[in-house]
Design a protein around this ligand. Structure first.
Ligand SMILES: [Zn+2]
Length: 318
């Protein structure tokens, strides 16, 4: 039975996917290219032409070119160059009507209250395990239009998540999330699989549009898309007590066969993880148009993974 086989496959994959509890607290984050200085999210010209249908590529991390990014990472004011007011507005624009701010607290219609900024400075490892909402802006997300690149060490834009924020948005239990999910047909002209995602913020409709656009890509892209790895699945990240974003029905994995995952690759000398990716950026561009970010932009890469994070994509914050 196709659906069951896919679900089983996803469980196998997901059980081996674990986010790190520690990723080298003392290591230095190298600076980024000029497009990122000061945490700016401005578009920059592609560094390298997109290589469609590329084989696994290993890209060297970029050399430091400035110190502006370091301040935004470790500063108490968090990402976006410490632009707290700007980031609050970005969040409001990304999830319209979902909450309001009362000073340093997000207040949800349910009455739930989530702290915006706990005022603590955090190492990269602490950002992963103990993020507040403001920390979710710690690393600017480079869109697919900026071309292929290897993220600098520990640069995981979108992988920093406040669990309290996500449970307030999507539900704090499997049952609560499940009340708002829908299964869409995933690239139906190419296969017979479904993907279950939340209907919150129209994510199901957006994923259907992603699916329709992906179907229209040239044939050489189709193998990456289906069978999909999976969508909604209530689970904790292996080895942690934190919920996977798949638990909220706001993430999907495309075909696991062409994925690269940092835990499956051997770290080089000094614990450096060499970047690898097989997913063409044309596919990523389609997802980004509908406000899904890509796990291939993470130092701790997970290239089959896409999740709904409009706050990190300028065109989605309207
Ligand atoms: Zn995933």
């Amino acid at each position: 039975m196709l659906v069951r086989r896919i679900a089983h496959r996803f469980t196998e994959i997901s059980s081996s996917i674990a986010m790190p509890r520690a990723v080298g607290v003392a290591c230095l984050v190298v600076g980024l290219g000029t497009g990122f200085l000061g945490g700016a999210l401005a578009q920059v010209p592609p560094r390298k032409p997109v290589a469609p249908n590329a084989a696994t590529s290993v890209v060297r991390p970029q050399a430091p070119s400035g110190g502006g990014f370091l301040g935004s990472l470790f500063g108490g004011g968090g990402g976006g160059g410490g632009d707290a007011a700007g980031n609050k507005q970005r969040l409001l624009d990304a999830y319209p009507g979902a909450f309001r701010f009362e000073g340093n607290v997000l207040v949800f219609p349910s009455g739930e209250r989530v702290v915006w900024d706990d005022g603590r400075r955090k190492s990269p490892a602490e950002l992963l395990t103990d993020a507040d909402v403001e920390d979710m802006f710690a690393y600017p997300y480079p869109s697919a239009r900026e071309g292929e690149m290897a993220p600098p060490r520990d640069h995981d834009p979108g992988r920093i998540r406040s669990q309290e924020f996500f449970t307030a948005l999507y539900g704090g239990s499997e049952g609560a999330v499940r009340r708002n999910v829908r299964t869409i047909r995933w690239v139906p002209s190419l296969g017979n699989a479904g993907l279950t995602v939340t209907t919150r913020f129209g994510i199901d409709d957006k994923l259907e549009k992603v699916s329709a656009e992906l179907e229209r890509l040239p044939k050489r892209f189709h193998k990456y898309l289906t069978p999909p790895g999976g969508g909604f699945l209530w689970r904790t990240i292996a080895g942690t007590r934190r919920l996977s974003v798949h638990s909220f029905g706001a993430a999907v994995d495309i075909n696991t066969r062409f994925t690269n995952y940092w835990r499956w690759d051997k770290a080089a000398a000094g614990g450096v993880i060499p970047y690898r990716n097989q997913i063409p950026l044309e596919i990523v561009e389609v997802f980004e148009r509908y406000c899904f970010i890509w796990g291939g932009r993470w130092y701790h890469y997970d290239t089959m993974h896409f999740e709904y994070r409009p706050e990190l994509l300028p065109a989605c914050r309207r």
